[in-house]
Design a protein around this ligand. Structure first.
Ligand SMILES: [Zn+2]
Length: 254
């Protein structure tokens, strides 16, 4: 089992110990730092947990200060436990005012990922009333064609399906994939190539059914995996084999 996107640095020490214990049999967890201090903490966690790997990046909500975070991010990105750059992307829900900085931080992280031959992890969130971020990231993907890219907590937007397929992106499903009303994302999952599918938790956020309302943890990725298997008409064991292999291919865990 693999959780390709979690934020272990957000967990309290006792919570972290329990979460790592519950995920002891996992092949890998990728813990994402939203800024350098958090990436540093994730590297510390990875130091004592052999199945934890790290992504170093500047989250779009931190992008306003990307220039001051750049040097430290660059140094951390070269650490041997780092397997991805991000999460980067566009967030017009929490940070509509830093739009220009978000694009600059995104372009910079895309360049860094290509240079280090690491996948780029993208976060996409629009303001409540529209789908501007999805449409703009779709355009950005077609224009920039990053060699290895992951659409994290994928929501199923048709423009992103199209652009993602065009550039060979990985589509990573999180807890909301299991929510009853989210028919769009399950519809999208039906038509995507099996070799592009990943599962994640975004711990401690986005808990899947039946853990809604609680703090998430990597072990809960199983619920999303089971739902994905059901949607594709496969057994959970078969889907686990597929998504583990995809994660290995994308992030080179080992
Ligand atoms: Zn995240």
């Amino acid at each position: 089992m693999t959780d390709t996107h979690c934020h272990l640095d957000y967990l309290e020490p006792s919570e972290l110990a329990a979460a790592l214990e519950a995920a002891q049999g996992f092949e890998a967890m990728l813990s994402i730092g939203t800024e350098p201090a958090k990436s540093r903490r994730n590297l510390e966690i990875a130091h004592s947990a052999p199945n934890v790997w790290v992504a170093v990046g500047i989250h779009p909500t931190e992008a306003a200060r990307w220039r001051e975070l750049r040097q430290e991010s660059l140094e951390l990105a070269r650490h041997q436990r780092v397997r991805a750059i991000g999460e980067s992307g566009l967030d017009f829900y929490w940070a509509p005012q830093s739009r220009q900085a978000q694009y600059q931080a995104l372009d910079w992280q895309a360049e860094l990922a290509a240079e280090l031959d690491l996948p780029l992890v993208l976060h996409v969130r629009s303001a409540k009333e529209d789908d501007q971020a999805e449409r703009e990231v779709a355009e950005w993907l077609k224009h920039n064609r990053p060699p290895k890219v992951v659409l994290h907590a994928f929501g199923g937007h048709p423009a992103l399906v199209e652009a993602g397929l065009e550039v060979g992106a990985y589509f990573s499903f999180a807890g909301p994939f299991t929510y009853k009303k989210n028919t769009l994302v399950r519809e999208a999952a039906r038509q995507l190539p099996l070799e592009r599918l990943l599962v994640e938790t975004d711990t401690p956020f986005l808990p899947p059914e039946p853990h809604r309302g609680k703090r998430n943890q990597p072990a809960y990725v199983r619920h999303t995996l089971e739902k994905l298997a059901e949607v594709r008409g496969l057994s959970a064991a078969e889907m686990e084999r597929i998504t583990d292999a995809n994660a290995r291919g994308c992030f080179a865990f080992a």
